[in-house]
Design a protein around this ligand. Structure first.
Ligand code: NAP
Length: 430
């Protein structure tokens, strides 16, 4: 029997498990520090994007296979070390994602009221680490830094009315706090221009259909229309949305301004964020942004940086600091140790991008381990955890947690999530 451990139960982890599982005489353990599976599907994908979250049904099919096991509520690093896993298993695959924010390195970034998207997204999605965030929603002005899809998610969630969350699985604390929000002016800051956005058309188009909020684009920021022909089709569609926002401004109580060529250079305020100072930019021939010296201030009591993520380093595992991911040669880190998904590539691509990635790393692991090396594997991990008094949460346990969440859902919503590890464990009688 061959034994493989996958650390992380998000999309990259389960796509890898799917490929390995089909190989027959193999035991695959999917380990997660939370008692609940699915990683970014549960705590990253926006709660009003249920069709994307539905892919978890596919992961459930993998998790229920005889030779796959979910080992929840086990922290790699404290309950068991990477070295121990590498000793126990023929291969260990790190599918730990990129849950940490890239730091916003400007003066004032440490003021209260300045948060990263990992924290804000985790808060509205009920990640136990961020349930107590309490973002400053008393602020009328909010600055959202970045021109990617996460910035769009954050702006849309801030702008929605309670009834627009019908059918979503936004958690109760966020539903209530956003329902009483004082936010009126949202600025999405891009340090480059409309042709350099990293926003996809469907997500951008959603901003044009909000009940009480409307997007605004300054026509002067748009390049000549003929230049759009040079863009690839997806980008062209996105830019068409921006042109439509610029051409048809709609008066609604909440505004979402796209500030292009706008590089944040400082956050100021007495004891908390009150304004963000932005420098106008121009682009050089390589499309890099440079400050022009011209600055302006935007009132912002809440600043949310959506400028990308990093994989947390693990002691002893080679790490590429510049790119915020494990140092790897196409997925191989060290003998017996691999990485996949954002932990391998860095934080880019959609959920679906992890499918070919997981399949490829799964095949590579199968090739490398051959018939396996008589490792202790699953029984070895169980004995080690038992000796430390650690009782993992099983997939059967998770389904009981899930049933309790479904039972607690508001009418029309799919579930009401538990937002603390204690509440999750209580639901299974621990
Ligand atoms: P992203 O797509 O890489 O966008 C990051 C943005 O931050 C870029 O606009 C970048 O601008 C900007 N930025 C980086 N450093 C900055 C700085 N110091 N100051 C100002 N701006 C800065 O990252 P993301 O939005 O976090 O998304 C991560 C991945 O998840 C993406 O592949 C995204 O498509 C995916 N995602 C998909 C969905 C969906 O499909 N619905 C939803 C959420 C996320 P420059 O271009 O100038 O560097």
């Amino acid at each position: 029997m061959r034994h493989v451990a996958i650390v992380g139960s998000g999309p990259a982890g389960y796509y890898t498990a799917e490929t390995l599982q089909k190989a027959g005489d193999i035991a695959v353990d999917v380990i997660d520090r939370l008692p609940v599976p699915y990683g970014l599907i549960r705590t990253g994908v926006a709660p009003d994007h249920q069709s994307i979250k539905a892919v978890s049904r596919r992961y459930e099919g993998v998790a229920l296979a005889d030779n796959v096991r979910f080992v929840g509520h086990v922290s790699v690093g404290s309950d068991v070390t990477i070295d121990e896993l590498v000793d126990l298993y023929d291969a260990v695959v790190l599918a730990t994602g990129a849950p940490n924010d890239r730091p916003l390195d400007i003066p004032g970034a440490d003021l209260p009221g300045v948060i990263g998207s990992a924290a804000f997204v985790g808060w509205y999605n009920g990640h136990p680490d961020f349930a107590g965030l309490n973002p400053a929603l008393d602020a009328a002005g909010v600055a959202v830094i970045g021109n990617g899809n996460v910035a769009l998610d954050v702006a849309r969630i801030l702008a929605k009315t309670p009834s627009e969350f019908g059918g979503s699985d936004i958690v109760a604390h966020a539903r209530e706090a956003l329902g009483g929000s004082g936010v009126r002016h949202i600025h999405i800051l891009g340090r480059r221009g409309p042709h350099q956005i990293a926003m996809t058309p469907k997500e951008l188009g959603e901003l044009g259909h909000l009940d009480r909020a409307s997007p605004r684009v300054d026509p002067a920021d748009l390049p000549p229309e003929g230049d759009d022909a040079l863009l690839e089709p997806g980008m062209r569609k996105s830019v068409t949305h921006l042109r439509s926002f610029a051409a048809n401004p709609v008066a609604k109580p909440v505004t979402i301004d796209f500030d292009f060529f706008a590089m944040p250079i400082a956050i100021e305020g007495e004891g908390r964020a009150q304004r963000i100072i932005v420098e106008r930019t121009t682009l050089d021939s390589d499309l890099r942004s440079h400050g022009t010296g011209e600055t302006y201030a935007i009132d912002a009591g809440l600043v949310i940086s959506c400028i990308g993520y990093q994989t947390p380093p693990i002691p002893g595992v080679p790490y590429e600091h510049g790119r915020g991911r494990f140092a790897n040669d196409d997925g191989r880190i060290l003998p017996g140790l691999y990485c996949v998904g954002w932990a391998r590539r860095g934080p880019s691509g959609t959920i679906g991008t992890n499918k070919p990635d997981g399949a490829r790393i799964g095949e590579m692991v199968l090739d490398d381990i051959g018939r396996g090396g008589g490792k202790a594997g699953r029984p070895g991990l169980d004995a080690l955890l038992a000796s430390r008094g650690v009782t993992p949460v099983t997939f059967r346990d998770w389904r009981r947690i899930e049933a309790a969440e479904i039972a607690a859902a508001l009418d029309g919503n799919p579930r009401e999530k538990f937002v603390s590890v204690e509440a999750m464990l209580e639901a299974i009688g621990r």
